[in-house]
Ligand binder design. Structure first.
Ligand code: HEC
Ligand code: HEC
Length: 305
């Protein structure tokens, strides 16, 4: 009797866990006119202090929305510490923006880089608006779509463009949609290990992350305590070293890893996750399996225009 009950319980847990990750939609609604304008702004280096840096410098559309550097280089060659550049791909699905969640949505986020002295380094929002106004092509588009050029309208257009940066049809999504052959048997073992070891408790939902905050270093303190994450914003003791759980979509393409870019390979990243977050050591076979699973999360990016 006990055994049967145990089995039923186990089966239910695994069914529930199976549903904790869902495929990405193949598209989401967006306003094309605004998004096309947003793309021009996203690619435009003239909207930076030295005329050399755009959003695309650090969030390269040809590199899954990152630059693969530990820290990016902003205007005038300034090192953009202390955070590794996260991807802009699928960021629309994250419940908040930035590692520490300091922006509530994409439009709110997009105000920051223009005037961040380590990124595009313009003086203030007025200078951003002035630079956009100086470009006749922008003036015509803004007049037509929004009626005027304001910081709010600039960031609205960028956020609209970012809705097109989604990567559906990953092999794992095709597997979830019923194509048994979409991923290897090693990746299937990795998915099982991802669930049974508790990774899915934090990395879950359609973005396989981006749904909650968690502390880094639950079982072992994280060595780099230079930036304290959520605590820097809330000053609540229990928020020390708490960060947004990042999405694992396209994670095989977005090295290096963690908020400080300190981990160069996915293999080491998985091993450290088990150590810091779960207090366990995974054998190399399990790590390899989980890495194969993570590699099956690389989706398709179709540039819309
Ligand atoms: C010099 C490099 C650099 C430039 C230029 C830059 N960013 Fe970023 N971006 C970063 C870094 C670093 C972070 C993480 C900072 C943090 O979490 O506090 C970030 C975070 C983000 C995020 C949050 C993603 C997430 O999942 O939390 C988005 C979205 C984003 N940037 C979009 C943009 C847009 C839009 C522009 C242009 C207006 C831009 N970035 C310009 C480096 C850059
Ligand atoms: C208790 C919550 C939690 C658990 C459990 C957990 N993670 Fe994480 N994971 C996080 C957080 C938080 C971060 C971001 C840490 C940072 O950047 O400092 C992260 C980061 C990562 C990254 C790096 C992503 C990037 O873009 O930098 C990978 C890969 C990862 N986790 C995989 C796993 C795997 C595999 C497991 C299971 C062995 C796991 N995680 C278990 C919370 C968790």
């Amino acid at each position: 009797m006990t055994l049967v009950a145990f089995n039923i319980c186990n089966a239910q847990t695994s069914i529930n866990q199976d549903r904790m990750i869902t495929p990405l939609p193949t598209s989401i609604p967006y306003d094309k006119e605004k998004a096309m304008l947003g793309k021009q702004l996203y690619m435009d280096t003239s909207l930076s202090k030295d005329g050399k840096v755009s959003c695309n410098t650090c969030h390269d559309l040809k590199r899954y929305g990152v630059d693969n550097e530990i820290f990016s280089i902003g205007a005038d060659g300034v090192l953009d510490e202390p955070f590794n550049s996260p991807t802009t791909f699928n960021s629309v699905f994250n419940f908040v923006q930035f590692w520490d969640g300091k922006a509530k949505n994409l439009a709110d986020q997009a105000k920051n880089p223009f005037i961040n002295p380590k990124e595009m380094a313009l003086k203030d929002e007025a200078e951003v608006v002035k630079k956009v106004e100086a470009n006749a092509k922008y003036k015509a588009s803004f007049d037509k779509i929004y009626g005027e050029i304001t910081m709010q309208n600039i960031t609205d257009a960028i956020a609209e463009f970012e809705k097109t940066l989604i990567t559906p049809n990953a092999p794992f999504d095709r597997y979830l949609n019923g194509d048994e052959n979409a991923i290897s048997s090693q990746a299937k073992r990795g998915w099982e290990a991802f669930k049974s070891n508790g990774c899915v408790a934090c990395h879950q939902g359609q973005n396989i992350g981006g749904t909650m905050y968690q502390k880094i270093g639950i079982f072992e303190p994280y060595p780099n305590q230079e930036n304290l994450g959520r605590y820097e914003i809330t000053k609540i003791e229990s928020d020390k070293m708490v960060f947004k759980v990042p999405s694992l979509r396209n994670v095989a393409k977005t090295a290096p890893y963690y908020h400080d870019g300190s981990i160069p390979t996915l293999d080491a990243c998985v091993q450290f996750m088990a150590y810091y977050q779960l207090g366990r050591f995974l054998d190399q076979q399990t790590v390899d399996d989980i890495v194969a699973f993570l590699e099956s999360l690389t989706g398709e990016f179709n540039e819309q225009f």
